[in-house]
Design a protein around this ligand. Structure first.
Ligand SMILES: O=P(O)(O)O[C@H]1O[C@H](CO)[C@@H](O)[C@H]1O
Ligand SMILES: O=c1cc[nH]c(=O)[nH]1
Length: 263
């Protein structure tokens, strides 16, 4: 029977969750939620190494516009995002930008547009845990400015904004949560409260990415594509173009000659 430390169950430089090891991770990392999006974006990188997938974590490293870049999925929500961030940082990541989807809470952010998160509202369990060790749900200001600038260079519109992160997709986002549409209690009005606090979007990982990232020494930001709009009740059926544009914007941020954070 082979055994390792329960307190730190890494073996030969390989973490217990991400399917990769020492030397495999670039300093700059993009983190979509969905592992299928890692595969979707792989053809936009050169010299790609695909490390495979374990649970919700799919990882590739390649070259984008001349810079080494890793893409690693986090799965949905706090616990799996924390695992990805901690293992990425231990494997050498320095900067992490979440790339994902959100629903807009204001009519003017139409499906297909982009938001560079500068702050996240929320009280998700994982973020709360890491606030105790100094994490804060605020993005690096140069990542926010760099994302807006990169989008402009590419002819795309990306605005800075505050988003709300939640641990719940259905009840916690005022969606029907029982199989039968039987007048269920949605009076908690989570969306209305997020709007009243100034959030322009809702999703499930930005608060965790910035709070955990801050506490463990990563420079972080979140670039979100608008998949839906709760103010107009519209939903984008095909998000492939939006996902590819998220990589184009965040990849351009890291490859920009004006931006000195390379690796
Ligand atoms: O587009 P991704 O990154 O998956 O993010 C959003 O989509 C998922 C819910 O469908 C949540 O993870 C939410 O934050
Ligand atoms: O409505 C949405 C869209 C993306 N992600 C969410 O959490 N909610």
């Amino acid at each position: 029977m082979s055994m390792t430390s329960a307190a730190f169950p890494w073996e030969n430089g390989r973490p217990p969750h991400l399917p990769c090891g020492t030397g495999d991770i670039a300093e700059n990392v993009l983190t979509p939620g969905d592992p299928d999006r890692v595969r979707l974006l792989a053809d936009m990188l050169e010299e790609v190494t695909d490390f495979g997938r374990k649970r919700e974590f799919a990882v590739i490293t390649g070259i984008y516009e001349g810079q080494r870049l890793t893409i690693c999925s986090t799965g949905i929500g706090g616990p799996s995002t924390e695992i990805a961030l901690v293992e990425l940082a231990m494997l050498g990541a320095k900067r992490v930008v979440r790339i994902g989807g959100m629903s807009s809470l204001v009519a003017e952010y139409a499906p297909g547009s982009f938001v560079a998160v500068d702050r996240a509202l929320g009280d998700t369990g994982t973020a709360r845990t890491y606030r105790a060790v100094g994490g804060e749900a605020k993005a690096s200001s140069r990542i926010v400015a760099g994302l807006v600038g990169a989008a402009t260079e590419l002819g795309l519109t990306c605005r800075p904004g505050v988003v709300a992160s939640t641990d719940s997709y259905y009840f916690g986002q005022d969606r029907r949560y029982r199989p039968v549409d039987d007048g269920q209690d949605l009076s908690a009005n989570f969306i209305g409260r997020f709007q009243a606090e100034g959030a322009i979007g809702v999703e499930m990982e930005s608060e965790i990415t910035m709070t955990v990232g801050g506490a463990i020494g990563l420079e972080t930001g979140c670039l979100l594509g608008v998949h839906g709009n709760r103010a107009t009740d519209s939903w984008l059926d095909d998000y492939e173009a939006t996902q590819r544009n998220l990589l184009r914007i965040a990849g351009r941020l890291f490859s920009s000659t004006e931006w000195e954070l390379r690796g």
